[in-house]
Write a protein that binds this ligand. Structure first.
Ligand code: SPD
Length: 346
């Protein structure tokens, strides 16, 4: 009788365990919506292997593309990867979920310079993924001029030789900088001021590409690029003919983070992923593939000398001190998009 009861308890427990396992397996998913060429596929695969969580990844090429999809209710994402000004906007609109920091102990690996920034005090909602800047890359075999600035790039002689990021906020910021104006003052008056600048610049561009602007430079389609730092770093690694230039007018520092939308369904898995990518070895793996400015101090310590010396990955403190950071510009953002879209169409 005693034995029978024990057996019953055991089989009841096994049944519960089975049900739980079944239920857990069904829930083990993670949907990531992130920038293209930013999270290596082997990092995703390693996470799935270690945790059994099935990950699906969709990419975007600009913050605005991501916001448009989220706003239109498209997709159901557990992790997004907004830049600083977008974290600021999403927090204001209460569209992000506060993080459970206990689930993300590897946050300790992040350099304190990249924590507690004004767009998310206390990192209540966001975990720094990568930072970086935008600079000029010149193929010195094809261009003999000494290019130092955005204005040097956008000279009529360079028509058809340029690849530029396909990002209205970026392009407008370069035009503002060329006029000595602050990158976050995108008032109507300033947009009017930069309109003629953009009208001259945009027809000179041969390729607009935010996903992989290095490609047009690597295959010789263009000779000059205005590209993300990580893309510039890959070009510098690939061939000494490429030169990296921080534009004389100035540039900006971006901080791209991971955050969980309010509507996420797999919150625990999202936090497990955040903790995973903050691991020293995993963060190094990310830097090896996409050499941006890694805010993970522990990972930076195990990068090679050559990686750390790459100026497109790691600008000097002096250079960083001069960089501006984008802020949320509210409804002016759509005017910036309209301006650039209409001028590109001309
Ligand atoms: N391929 C990943 C590029 C990420 C660049 N993020 C920059 C945001 C600047 N606003």
């Amino acid at each position: 009788m005693k034995t029978k009861t024990t057996k019953c308890i055991v089989s009841a427990a096994a049944a519960v365990a089975l049900t739980l396992t079944g239920a857990t397996q069904a829930a083990e998913k993670l949907n990531i919506y992130c920038w293209s060429e930013y999270i290596p596929q082997d990092v995703i695969d390693d996470f799935s292997k270690e945790t059994g969580i099935k990950v699906s990844v969709e990419n975007y090429a600009s913050n605005e593309e991501m916001l448009a999809k989220l706003g239109a209710g498209g997709g159901s994402f557990d992790i997004i990867q907004p830049s600083e000004y977008v974290v600021e906007a999403l927090v204001k609109e209460k569209l992000l979920r506060p993080l459970d920091k206990k689930a993300i102990p590897n946050l300790k690996n992040i350099d304190s310079k990249f924590l507690n920034m004004s767009f998310d005090p206390g990192n209540k909602y966001s975990v720094p993924f990568m930072a970086g800047t935008v600079g000029i890359v010149v193929n010195t075999e094809l261009v003999k001029d000494d290019i130092k600035s955005f204005s040097d790039v956008f000279k009529p002689a360079n028509k058809g030789k340029i690849v530029a990021l396909d990002d209205a906020r970026e392009i407008t910021a370069w035009a503002l900088l060329s006029q000595g104006l602050p990158i976050n003052d995108m008032s109507d008056a300033n947009l009017e001021k930069v309109k003629p600048v953009l009208a001259n610049w945009l027809p000179l561009v041969k390729v607009f590409d935010s996903d992989s602007p290095k490609t047009a430079l690597l295959n010789g389609d263009v000779a000059i690029g205005i590209v993300w730092g990580g893309e510039g770093a890959i070009l510098l690694q690939s061939d000494p003919k490429f030169r990296w230039i921080i534009p004389a007018e100035g540039t900006h520092l971006f901080i791209d983070s991971l955050a969980i939308p309010k509507t996420a369904k797999n919150v625990n898995n999202a936090e497990a992923f955040m903790n995973f990518i903050l691991r020293t070895d995993i963060s190094k793996q990310i830097s090896d593939a996409f050499p941006y400015t890694n805010p993970n101090l522990a990972a930076r310590k195990i990068l090679t000398e050559e990686q750390i010396r790459n100026k497109a990955s790691f600008p000097s403190d002096e250079e960083i001190a001069k960089m501006q950071v984008f802020r949320d510009i509210g409804t002016q953002g759509s005017k910036v998009d309209e301006l650039v879209t209409s001028l590109k169409a001309q």
